[in-house]
Design a binder for this molecule. Structure first.
Ligand SMILES: *Cc1c(COP(=O)(O)O)cnc(C)c1O
Length: 400
């Protein structure tokens, strides 16, 4: 029997479609893996004991709630009330651990002993390896060989955490190829292995599940904003978007609040029209990638094109189906920030507030130089991660 899964906050139907996007376009061999995952998720998503353990780890291990910080000097600079959601203060330095904990807990409930994951910049790999060390599970991280070279410090962290890094040498040897390899592994090891996807991508129920595990971000924003300003809803929520998980978490509890404007900022790379870009929603067309129908950067004959961004966490050639739908339906506004706009935004945040953001998050912050807000607007920007991993890039481009 087929397990039917939906979500009260997400615009998703019983087959995992967000409008035209989403679904589960998977080979026959994966059907029973996906079915078992759906059964487990249906059983535990609202289970009191499961959620108690998840919440406990979010608070005592990850350090949640992360602050919602009223950035006064930034607000003065831009003439609006700017609040920063500090996901950069999570253990391991980004929001990805929220999903890693939820997913690995689910894997344990399913009796799985081996965890696999793909990673691009290495942040998801670090988060999953961390949670596997915490829970004493075997962990294999697939990473494109090009990224293994580019992301040395994260590769070393993953190894120190006791996980195995498997370099992938197919295709362009980046995130897309690592994801293909992880899926292949899952096909071969259906009994003992759980695949933890790092964003709101992949076949149903992954996008829904990852959004739910990240939804703690907007749940906290609502409560914290109420405490600080007396109102629960901001005028704007802004987040950067690679596959879409930090944005999904920041938007989740506001999706059905029409007064809250949602802005997703893609990575424009050298510029949307330069062929060196990762602005998937702007440049993509409908296609299927990693088991989901969504917007994909591809040639006219359907070859997936390699995206480019200065930020390794944003150069995925697809985008989560939720975001493809939010953009197409007009619920979310989509902006794009170039490499140099992101670098500038990172510098401004650092010098006005003493916070060095991840390059990914800097794309969200770049909205401040693109859009005029009214003085009374309350603008929440999700700072998805911290900039330690990007120091080399910042140093190289810093003209001081
Ligand atoms: C991975 C990553 C992103 C992009 O992934 P999403 O799923 O779109 O959130 C953004 N920011 C940071 C800090 C990341 O590590």
């Amino acid at each position: 029997m087929k397990t039917i899964l939906t979500d009260p906050f997400l615009p998703v139907d019983e087959d995992g479609f967000y409008g035209r996007f989403g679904g589960a376009f998977i080979p026959e061999i994966l059907h029973s893996n996906i079915e078992k995952l759906k059964e487990a998720y249906a059983r535990y998503a609202d289970d009191a004991e499961f959620n108690e353990e998840y919440e406990q780890l979010l608070s005592d291990y990850v350090g949640r709630p992360t602050p919602l910080y009223h950035a006064r000097r930034l607000s003065e600079t831009y003439g609006a009330n700017i609040y920063l959601k500090r996901e950069d203060l999570c253990h391991t330095g980004a929001h990805k651990i929220n999903n890693a904990i939820g997913s690995v807990l689910l894997a344990k409930r399913m009796g799985k002993t081996r965890i696999i994951a793909e990673t691009g910049a290495g942040q998801h790999g670090v988060a999953v390896a961390t949670v596997c060390a915490l829970m004493g599970l075997e962990c294999v991280i697939y990473m494109g060989a090009t990224d293994v070279e580019r992301q040395r410090p994260n590769v070393e962290r993953i190894k120190m955490l006791g996980a195995e890094v498997r370099p992938v040498t197919s295709g362009n040897m980046t995130l897309k190829d690592a994801t293909n390899e992880a899926i292949r592994d899952w096909c071969c090891n259906p009994v003992d292995t759980f695949y933890v996807i790092g964003s709101t991508v992949g076949p149903h129920p992954y996008p829904m599940m990852v959004a739910r595990f990240q939804s703690v971000i907007s749940r906290e924003i609502k409560r914290q904003l109420k405490e600080q300003t007396g109102r629960e809803t901001p005028d704007y929520v802004v987040a950067c978007i690679g596959g879409g998980s930090n944005a999904a978490g920041a938007f989740y509890h506001f999706l059905k609040e029409p007064d809250v404007r949602l802005i997703a900022v893609e990575a424009a790379g050298l510029g949307v029209d330069t062929n060196e870009s990762a602005a998937t929603i702007r440049l993509g067309s409908e296609g299927i990638i990693h088991g989901s129908r969504t917007l994909v950067m591809q040639t006219d004959d359907g070859q997936i094109t390699e995206p480019y961004s200065i930020s390794a966490g944003l150069d995925y050639p697809g985008v989560g189906p939720l975001h493809a739908y939010l953009a197409q339906s007009g619920r979310a506004e989509v902006a794009a920030a170039t490499d140099s706009e992101a670098l500038e935004a990172a510098q401004i945040l650092t010098l006005t507030e003493g916070i060095i953001p991840a390059l990914e998050s800097a794309h969200a912050l770049a909205i401040l130089n693109q859009k005029r807000f009214r003085p009374e607007d309350v603008v929440v920007i999700n700072v998805s991660g911290r900039g330690d991993k990007d120091m080399q890039t910042y140093m190289k481009h810093n003209k001081n």
